[in-house]
Design a protein around this ligand. Structure first.
Ligand SMILES: CC(C)(COP(=O)(O)OP(=O)(O)OC[C@H]1O[C@@H](n2cnc3c(N)ncnc32)[C@H](O)[C@@H]1OP(=O)(O)O)[C@@H](O)C(=O)NCCC(=O)NCCS
Length: 284
């Protein structure tokens, strides 16, 4: 099959949407409503065979040297190995030219994980799922901090907090915090003497509460602030009448797992895998 690859433009929106709708193998880690904007971002590559769209691949250069796979999809008749052979090298070229050194994939798309590993991606972490179906709280945590709703003014402090508390893959940008503030029903910060030292946001997924993020600045960890944020989130979920609270964390994040287990969260399984690939300086 003769394949032509090129950078997408906004004009590709309809056919990419059609492939997203019809193809069996699609992974999307961005909102479909954002597709038009995303199509203009490099590299969002589209592949054609005989004038028809047969695949796309989109990497988001989240931080200068780290690119994350946000979208992938291919026509049912195209083998994944051929798809990756066609789209990975030009993606890498473009990302390397923009300064990327590492590629990351986070997800549970069975059709994609093994083929990516065959192309040199290695397992970096496993994302675990925890659940709790009661309202018991072992401690209410630090009562000195003020827990209050987040405001847009807090974003610079939250971006700095993420940079101190997380590895780049998990750091949120101001745009993400903006999106969370607009769409999540619960988003609070913990403030100590006027300084934002932690935050927590949660959402509702049907009749379950999803504890999406808890973070405390490393300078303030170990003082019961994480405990306070968790206790407050559980009070929110209780008020919302959810059936259970779920959360995800990284397998190698011992501090957060100790805290969650202490709060009575039980491990319920593996949710996703984190794969990474270091771009060699010479790529064939
Ligand atoms: C995870 C995190 C939020 C915890 O915040 P924190 O403010 O340091 O937490 P607290 O001071 O309330 O203390 C949590 C402690 O309660 C502890 N605890 C557990 N069982 C306990 C018990 N039986 N009795 C008393 N304390 C207990 C936890 O183990 C933990 O202490 P340790 O790490 O020293 O073992 C913080 O470490 C953090 O922001 N980490 C980086 C970001 C992150 O990984 N977030 C979670 C994944 S999204």
């Amino acid at each position: 099959m003769e394949i032509t690859i090129r950078q997408a433009t906004a004009a590709n929106e309809k056919e990419v949407l059609r492939l997203i709708r019809d193809a069996r193998r699609v992974c999307l880690h961005f909102k479909v409503e954002e597709l038009k904007d995303r199509l203009e971002t490099e590299p969002f590559l589209v592949a054609y065979a005989r004038g028809r769209l047969v695949g796309f691949m989109f990497w988001d250069l989240h931080y200068s040297y780290l690119a994350r796979l946000r979208g992938a999809g291919l026509a049912d008749r195209w083998p994944v190995s051929e798809y990756l052979r066609a789209l990975l090298p030009p993606s890498l070229e473009s990302l390397r030219a923009q300064g990327a050194a590492t590629l990351a994939y986070v997800g549970s798309d069975d059709w994609l994980i093994e083929p990516l590993q065959e192309h040199g991606f290695v397992v970096d972490n496993i994302i675990l799922a925890y659940q709790k179906a009661d309202w018991a709280v072992p401690s209410r945590g630090n009562q000195e901090v003020l827990v209050r709703p987040t405001q847009p003014d807090d974003f610079p402090a939250l971006v700095a907090l993420d940079q101190a508390a997380f590895e780049p893959l998990w750091q949120n940008t101001a745009r993400v915090f903006q999106d969370v503030l607009a769409n999540y029903p619960y988003f609070v910060v913990a403030e100590l003497e006027g300084t934002v030292v932690g935050y927590q946001f949660s959402s509702l997924l049907g009749d379950r509460g999803y504890l999406a993020r808890v973070a405390v600045h490393p300078d303030y960890q170990g003082r019961g602030i994480g405990t306070r944020l968790l206790a407050e989130a559980i009070a929110f979920f209780k008020q919302e009448g959810v059936r259970a609270i779920i959360l995800n964390t990284q397998q190698d994040n011992q501090a957060s797992q100790r805290l969650y287990r202490w709060f009575g969260f039980k491990l319920v399984g593996e949710e996703a895998v984190v794969l990474k690939f270091n771009i060699p300086s010479e790529f064939p």
